[in-house]
Write a protein of this length. Structure first.
Length: 224
């Protein structure tokens, strides 16, 4: 798959919900060709940071920069057209559509090319994820692990430069997790910038180039 290397960064993000400070001056870099991981206990601020980076939530202060452009005020769909794709902690697919059509939605929503190019991107992504035989199956009633791969495929079909993954290994069996690890490593090798929010520490240790640990709305540790 051809990837456009992107770069995502956040500088001094602050996000409050009433009297609770969910993010307290958080800064992070997600460089091209690298897998950056974000770990921490529930309630540490990972999901809030993820939402600020994706465009689902606007911070109270600080800024988010995508490929040199300040996108702090842009919604998710605008960031998608600029090359940012994401998955969700709770699996989000179109149950009434086939696996292939779910991937096509990703390609078309991001405005990637003409119909013929979108079709080629879908076929390529199905093959990479090992979903070829399920292409015409409705997404409804597929196992959770398979739905995770369908959701990942929808993001990859958009040919993003930056990919945000929220607990992508949840529900995967060992074989699927192995495939995911190999795929993420290959994607980063092709120049994709990946942010991985993940509780599976074995997966993080295997694939991440840099790990940031959050607690109480701050990044408290980072390193290889």
């Amino acid at each position: 798959m051809s990837q456009r290397g992107g770069r995502l960064s956040a500088d001094g993000l602050v996000c409050r919900f009433g009297g609770v400070t969910a993010l307290d001056q958080v800064s992070i870099e997600v460089p091209p060709g690298r897998i950056t991981a974000l770990t921490g206990a529930n309630g540490a601020g990972k999901s809030t940071l993820f939402r600020c980076l994706s465009g689902a939530l606007r911070p109270d202060s600080g800024r988010v920069v995508l490929d040199g452009r300040d996108v702090t005020g842009l919604p998710e769909y605008s960031r998608a057209r600029l090359g940012l794709a994401r998955t969700f902690q709770q699996v989000s697919v179109f149950a009434g559509l086939s696996v292939a059509d779910n991937l096509r939605v990703g390609a078309e929503q991001a405005g990637r090319g003409r119909p013929r190019q979108a079709t080629a991107a879908v076929a390529r992504t199905l093959h990479v994820l090992g979903l070829d035989r399920l292409a015409e199956r409705p997404a409804a009633n597929l196992p959770t692990g398979t739905l995770r791969l369908v959701e990942l495929g929808r993001a990859l079909a958009a040919d993003p430069g930056v990919l945000l993954l929220d607990e992508p290994a949840a529900g995967l069996d060992r074989e699927q997790t192995e495939r995911l690890a190999a795929l993420l490593t290959a994607l980063a090798g092709d120049g994709l910038a990946v942010l991985l929010v993940e509780h599976d520490r074995d997966l993080v240790d295997r694939v991440a180039h840099r790990v940031h640990t959050m607690a109480a709305g701050r990044i408290t540790a980072d390193g290889r």
